[in-house]
Design a protein around this ligand. Structure first.
Ligand SMILES: [Cu+2]
Length: 244
């Protein structure tokens, strides 16, 4: 049993437990009130609160409460936007003079790779000297990885077997290098999801999209499809293998 499936089982048990807990409170409350507050008299009920159809009961009006639950969430959202602005901007940085500078110039005598590094520990923003371009194509229901002109030291593809998913394509990239995946779909919308890199982007038929893949750590990790794309969507997987 893989680590992922054990983790999934634990999360699933947690999920069922919490769902049952919330359901017990919700439905318990509902049934209690439905029966406890039922009138056993026939006919007209006394209108104690003076409720009129189409009029909001004045005594339930509380301007301070209304302002509070409008302003506090607003401030929270402004704060969350503020702290996530820089890392989000870095995740979708420009291809020209952005965080990863420009495409690597392999003919330049000074070229020695992307040399990517975490520029800011707090936000996890990664910078590189230059980047390499690869291609990812999505189709029902597999990924097609293409290294373009990159040599086997920088990028290679083959097939491997993964538990649950069977035979899947493998993308082999190098640690310390930064890649820009230029992507398209052959049929419907898909989205490669690099779980270890915590990054994903839609691929579309007839329109190119791009995804930054700054590789900072070695090892194997899974690539899934994050956009529902039909019957075999759940097994549309790949493996990212990172070598030194
Ligand atoms: Cu898909």
């Amino acid at each position: 049993m893989s680590v992922e499936s054990v983790l999934f089982d634990i999360l699933w048990d947690e999920f069922v437990l919490w769902s049952a807990f919330v359901a017990a409170i919700t439905f318990g409350w509902l049934y209690h009130h439905s029966f406890w507050y039922r009138s056993d008299e026939d006919g007209e009920l006394p209108n104690r609160d003076g409720i009129r159809v189409g009029f909001f009961p004045k005594h339930n009006d509380d301007i301070r409460l209304e302002v509070t639950w409008t302003v506090l969430p607003f401030l929270l959202i402004v704060y969350l936007t503020y702290i996530s602005w820089a890392p989000l901007d870095a995740t979708w940085t420009s291809t020209e003079n952005g965080n990863h500078n420009a495409e690597c110039d392999y003919d330049n005598p000074g070229y020695d790779g992307s040399n990517n590094r975490i520029a800011d520990m707090e936000t996890g923003i990664i910078e590189s000297d230059c980047y390499h371009i690869i291609e990812i194509t999505g189709q029902q229901w597999s990924w097609i990885f293409d290294c373009r002109d990159l040599g086997p030291d920088l990028c290679e593809t083959d097939f491997t077997t993964a538990e649950v998913y069977g035979t899947v394509p493998r993308l082999m990239l190098k640690e310390g290098e930064t890649y820009l995946a230029v992507m398209e779909s052959n049929d419907v919308t898909h989205a490669p999801w690099f779980l270890e890199l915590a990054t994903k982007e839609d691929v579309l038929p007839g329109q190119q999209t791009a995804l930054w893949l700054p590789i900072t750590e070695g090892g194997d990790s899974i690539i899934l499809c994050a956009e529902y794309c039909g019957d075999a969507h759940s097994v549309m997987a790949g493996i990212l293998s990172v070598h030194k």
